[in-house]
Ligand binder design. Structure first.
Ligand SMILES: NC(=O)c1ccc[n+]([C@@H]2O[C@H](COP(=O)([O-])OP(=O)(O)OC[C@H]3O[C@@H](n4cnc5c(N)ncnc54)[C@H](O)[C@@H]3O)[C@@H](O)[C@H]2O)c1
Length: 258
């Protein structure tokens, strides 16, 4: 039933085989989507090589550098989509960044610069990517981003990233309202804690996972594949009536009071 054949999907945020975006890319590919993949360029080209090798079996028809702090790279990414595909159907926004210093210690100790950087990369980027995607989503579309419970409740050490996720979740609602009339849906997945490159920067991530395994109704945390399945569902016509929502894929942890 879940068929993405004929749909063009851009996946951002793959760093390695632990990335949630990698789990999503695999499920989109399985459902038949035509994939484009972006990576974060660095001076030594490390991510480029690693990500290129990883995604090779999924045969992406576009593979591009895209640092969301670089407006020219965003423009070039969507220009390449326009030239090669003509139309975009699904956009996966699966990236975030906050300095290590802003992910531990006193919440109030964050510097102006670190705060601004976290908001720019982790929340503003959904706006800039959606703005670039908008004219290419000519037959409707689906935009999916990744968020975490730390954007609505206080989670130890999540600190600045919690503020970025709160902004991101509100972006989802405003973008859903703006893009709805052209049948573009915008939703967020609030995933349970998973060990990845980004999450290992959050102090005490292993304790968080262990706590979820003890308390969540399913007595475990979730996998990249489970998040990927939900993203594929949200990209599909099966989710045609869903927009502006935050879906919890967290083994039920969010409902628990104690
Ligand atoms: N891992 C978890 O426990 C968890 C839980 C809920 C939500 N999330 C969210 O999932 C998303 C993916 O994170 P992940 O856990 O898979 O970690 P990850 O480290 O695999 O992915 C983070 C990605 O962000 C990219 N990135 C950082 N700065 C960038 C920039 N300036 N431009 C472009 N890309 C940039 C990195 O290259 C990397 O691919 C993030 O939004 C994260 O907050 C993660």
């Amino acid at each position: 039933m879940l068929d993405l054949t004929g749909k063009n999907a851009l996946v951002t945020g793959i760093a390695n085989n632990r990335s949630i975006a990698w789990g999503i890319a695999q499920q989109l590919h399985k459902a038949g989507a035509n994939l484009g993949v972006t990576y974060l360029p660095d001076e030594k080209g490390r991510f480029e090589k690693k990500v290129a090798e990883l995604v090779e079996p999924l045969q992406p028809t576009l593979f591009l550098p895209c640092d969301v702090q670089n407006e020219a790279q965003i423009q070039a990414t969507f220009e390449a989509i326009r030239e090669k595909w003509g139309r975009l159907d699904c956009l996966i926004h699966c990236l975030a960044f906050a300095s290590k210093e802003s992910l531990s210690g006193d919440f109030s100790s964050v510097s102006r610069q670190d705060f601004t950087q976290a908001i720019e990369i982790s929340a503003y980027s959904l706006i800039s990517l959606s703005r670039a995607a908008k004219p290419l989503m000519t037959e409707g579309g689906s935009i999916v981003t990744l968020t975490y419970l730390g954007g609505v409740r206080v989670i130890p050490n999540y600190n600045t990233m919690g503020i970025a996720k709160a902004a991101l979740e509100m972006n989802v609602r405003y973008l859903a309202s703006e893009l709805g009339p052209q049948q573009v849906r915008v939703n967020g997945i609030s995933a349970g804690p998973i060990r990845t490159l980004a999450s290992s920067a959050v102090g005490g991530i292993l304790d968080m996972i262990h706590h979820v395994e003890t308390v969540a109704p399913l007595r475990r945390t979730v996998t990249q594949g489970e998040v990927g399945n939900t993203a594929a569902f949200l990209c599909s016509d099966l989710a045609s009536g869903i927009t502006g929502q935050i879906l919890y894929v967290d083994a039920g942890y969010e409902i628990m009071g104690m």
